[in-house]
Design a protein around this ligand. Sequence first.
Ligand code: FAD
Length: 500
Amino acid sequence: MNDPIKSILVVGGGTAGWMAAAALAKVLGDGCAIRLVESEEIGTVGVGEATVPHLSLFNRLLEIDEAEFVRQTQGTFKLGIQFNDWSRPGESYIHGFGTIGHDIAMQPFHQFWLKARKLGFADDIGAYSLNTLAASHGRFMTSASDAPANSPLANIAYAYHFDAGLYARYLRGYAEKRGVQRTEGKIAHTVLRPDDGFVESVVLESGERLQADLFIDCSGFRGLLIEQTLHAGYEDWTHWLPCDRALAVACEKVGPPTPYTRSTARKAGWQWRIPLQHRTGNGYVYASAHLSDDEAAASLLANLDGKALGDPRPLRFVTGRRKRSWSRNVVALGLASGFMEPLESTSIFMIQSGISRLLSLFPRRDCSQVLQDRFNRESAWEAERIRDFLILHYHVNQREGDPFWQQCREMAIPDSLRENIALFHDTGSFFRDGNEMFGLVSWVQVMLGQGIMPERYHTLVDQMPEQDLRHFMQSVRNVVESCVEAMPPHEAFIARHCAA
Ligand SMILES: Cc1cc2nc3c(=O)[nH]c(=O)nc-3n(C[C@H](O)[C@H](O)[C@H](O)COP(=O)(O)OP(=O)(O)OC[C@H]3O[C@@H](n4cnc5c(N)ncnc54)[C@H](O)[C@@H]3O)c2cc1C
């Protein structure tokens, strides 16, 4: 039991399965036999096309060539998310990645902005963010290696949009080249070791038996091993995030792809729009208690840029997290480990962080309890912090007339979120909890965008004379504007570097 892991079976070939197989093959090399089993008949969830900037770290681990990756997945670039009608109809803001302005003497830029706004000479906060301004002008480029280190162009934060099917196919090619064996087939049942209850093997409908030391459950919502076999339990968060269904449909692309994801609030949820090179992905995430499937489909189809490329595909989910994502010799990743709606494109990030957590705590054959406990504790904490950030978008709204939005406004929220809102409302302060996924700039943009305006700014800001503050605000604006002018249109950047 103290021996090293010699064989791993990845159960499932969606985004989670192939990300796990690719990363494990790269890191573990020849020392461990990796097999992936998937069923074409069952298929994958087929969505999950918007990401966050962290994915570039995963690509770096895999030593993936970015231009090739974007080309192969019909990808585009993403500078942030535009939220339309969320605080109230007609209002719009962008949650841009990266920084806003620049900080002075440990004070974040938005504190200076709050004072300038009070004095009447600040523009919208987005005017001081390269990502937000570039996104709204449809411009994009990757960081310029020849830009001065203090230029915003030297360090541009961005993510990707891609075709989920092509992404899994791309990673499959990568993993198979590094020795991962793929088995096509449907798992019929699982065999446990009688002495310790560890999974010994899975048996396919064909009768073939697949054994391994460690199992990675990437079987999607069903959680074939982690739940159906090991009954790890599920914490349901529907009372905080009441959307439980989605309809997804692609449509024809009209016009150049925007360098951002769009999220538009609707009667009982929201609609996403994800621009790719060859098509645009769309979906309506909604609460079935407030909207029928037919109404959701009609609303979705009435709000597409171009002709729908098929019928809307229904998806059902229960928001929450698996109580133990690692149990015995099974580690669940992806939808098998829990689900939060794609409002901030966090699921693929959580697969990535699950993989890196597993690699940091990589076990021997006994999968010692202390490793499992730490993995589960870290996973729970990460999910709870993201959960709070998502609830924020729903809870702080001033949309009148829709019972769904009223319910979100009036619902009790977690204490951790209530404290964050109260602190920001008082002095515009935010305290990042350890290494939580979303940092100050994200929280500030969403809190302001949703309509929370702090009553005061940080007292230290008054150390800067008003004239200097005017000059500072204007110079940040000028720098951001001139940088955006220097950036090419998003479509031109793709055509030049990574057109499919
Ligand atoms: C509406 C919606 C929108 C989303 N949008 C985003 C987004 O924009 N950004 C983001 O980061 N995430 C998003 N996600 C989440 C994202 O889609 C998933 O995290 C990602 O696709 C990973 O899915 P998966 O691989 O865990 O599961 P799946 O894609 O469901 O794959 C499960 C795999 O298990 C296999 N399998 C299951 N049972 C068996 C069996 N008995 N035998 C053999 N094989 C089996 C299946 O064949 C399949 O290969 C979204 C999710 C939903 C529901």
